[in-house]
Design a protein around this ligand. Structure first.
Ligand code: FAD
Length: 490
């Protein structure tokens, strides 16, 4: 009889495991608590606007392509990708940088802002390419179940060459003195959920992803990725059950045998839990089958949460680009409020995304679709008054940069913050992006993809290996499915 695999959660990690296991003959059922699929990459529509609820940066296109290639398909079978140029805009207090997509123009841009910096950047990006190739293929693709996986002398050598043990901030400071260029090069590691002094220099691979591989956009919105992945799952025969919140994972003799929702009991030979790891462990498993204590979870450094606003505006706004980073306040003070002296930031940095600059289908004609994001510490107090306070602060700065009134042209507005992350995704402390990729939370030091106590229970997604973000979560789903297939064949 075909093995029955139950997947908990329909984010990109769950969709990936589901599709791979189904391709290899498993009878796969995917259970999702919400009424729509995609997890943090869901979408919603309102007043003629289509909003992507989470991810907006399409980086590392090779990872998405390799997902579809595994099924004999290509991204192009499901969506059209466009490379953005400029890749994004960075707004400082006294100056605005548009980051060119073209490498020669990028070099000239660096040279203009710091004489001699382009030759350093060339070398930095060549190293970053090495790190991307080795890091993504040799390190990130490992199940990281034990230190022994890294005992290959080639990998030990690579770990030093990859600079796993020094910080990316130090690395950048060696070559660049202009504080704005430094900040620009530190920006990509924000996706890893910690501040640059705590991120290993190995992650300059993110600079390669940013400046060399580029920033892309799938026409129709980021949700096209989910629609493409769902189509692949359908082709492989995955059965989807939405509005099915898993309430318990039932274990017998050290093996899961059933998964229970409010309404149904599902028999299982394998389970992939791609819902937030801490929720699955502490809420769905009996205590004796949990691998990590409450103290363990509390001591983890989580990636930030976010205050988000989805806005529909009744006019076009000339000065906005698709992606704008508002670095017009002190970066370290904001980081301090997230990682050290936990509080709402006094002068927040924020990010705006305006996909209607690239895509006519996400807003009615003549209107603008805007998404605003303020990174904040997880588990802060969250209420309407605080959200509004921050909305006023960032709206003023947005209007100032754009040189026109925006607030009074808003015809649709929805906010989203810690309370919704907890409610919608069972997110531990309301995190948005999972666990930070600090050195002591990397590889075998992360919560394991295979339960230590239950033989056929696996974990995928942004709280386990290799880490937060769409591409790593997809990789996590692939790694888990391959481990299950290995166990199945033994
Ligand atoms: C605001 C925001 C912006 C982001 N920006 C980017 C970006 O620009 N680029 C990028 O690459 N990444 C970005 N990310 C990160 C990226 O979205 C995530 O890393 C990725 O989507 C996580 O996928 P996942 O499958 O691990 O988890 P999720 O997408 O969270 O999926 C887990 C699923 O499990 C479900 N679930 C939870 N509990 C249960 C239960 N008991 N029973 C059944 N189902 C359950 C949840 O409802 C959810 O659907 C962003 C994230 C956020 C929140």
């Amino acid at each position: 009889m075909n093995k029955r695999s139950i997947i908990i959660g329909s984010g990109v990690a769950g969709l990936t495991s589901a599709a791979v296991l189904a391709k290899h003959g498993h009878q796969v059922t995917l259970l999702e608590k919400n009424d729509t699929i995609g997890g943090r990459a869901r979408k919603f529509s309102a007043e003629g606007f289509k909003f992507d609820m989470g991810p907006s940066w399409y980086w590392m296109p090779d990872v998405f392509e390799s997902f579809f290639n595994y099924f004999g398909k290509s991204c192009a079978d499901y969506y059209t990708l466009e490379r953005l140029d400029p890749s994004y805009r960075v707004i400082f207090k006294d100056e605005t940088y548009d980051i060119p997509a073209n490498m020669e123009e990028l070099m000239a841009f660096f040279e203009k802002h710091e004489k001699g910096s382009s030759s350093w950047l060339k070398k930095f990006l060549a190293d970053a390419k090495y790190k991307y190739d080795v890091g993504m293929n040799e390190f990130a693709n490992k199940p990281s179940l034990s230190l022994l996986e890294f005992a290959d002398p080639r990998l030990i050598g690579a770990a030093f060459k990859l600079q796993m043990f020094s910080s990316i901030r130090k690395e950048i400071q060696k070559g660049i003195t202009n504080p704005k260029l430094r900040q620009l090069l530190e920006f990509p590691v924000l996706f890893l959920g910690a501040s640059p002094e705590n991120i290993p220099a190995m992650y300059s691979l993110m600079n390669y992803a940013d400046l060399a591989l580029g920033t892309w956009y799938p026409q129709g919105g980021m949700h096209k990725i989910i629609e493409g992945m769902k189509a692949v799952c359908d082709e492989q025969g995955v059965v989807f059950k939405t509005s099915q919140e898993v309430k318990a994972i039932k274990v017998q003799n050290g093996k899961v045998h059933q998964v229970e929702t409010d309404s149904t009991i599902y028999d299982a030979d394998f389970v992939v839990a791609s819902a937030d790891y801490q929720h699955v462990e502490t809420q769905l498993l009996e205590k004796k089958y949990q691998s990590y204590s409450d103290r363990y979870w509390d001591s983890r450094m989580l990636a930030p949460s976010s205050l988000l606003f989805y806005l529909g505006v009744d006019k076009k706004i000339q000065k906005l680009k698709h992606h704008c980073l508002f670095f017009d306040e002190d970066y370290d003070a904001h980081a301090d409020s997230i990682y050290a002296n936990v509080s709402w930031p006094e002068k927040p940095l924020f990010y705006s995304c305006c996909p209607s600059k690239t895509d006519d289908t996400v807003a009615p004609e003549g209107k603008e679709n805007i998404f605003l994001l303020v990174p904040i510490a997880p588990d802060l107090e969250d209420n309407e008054a605080l959200r509004e306070k921050y909305f006023s602060i960032i709206m003023k700065r947005l209007e100032q940069h754009c040189g026109e009134k925006i607030e009074k042209h808003i015809i649709y507005k929805r906010s989203y913050c810690i309370n919704e992350f907890k409610q919608d995704y069972h997110a531990y402390k309301g995190n948005a992006y999972g666990l930070a990729n600090t050195l002591n939370q990397t590889a075998f030091l992360k919560p394991r993809i295979k339960s230590k106590k239950v033989q056929n229970l696996y974990f995928a997604g942004q709280l386990t290996n290799p880490g937060p973000g769409l591409p790593p979560s997809i990789m996590s789903g692939q790694i888990v499915a391959k481990e299950i297939l290995k166990q199945n064949n033994n």
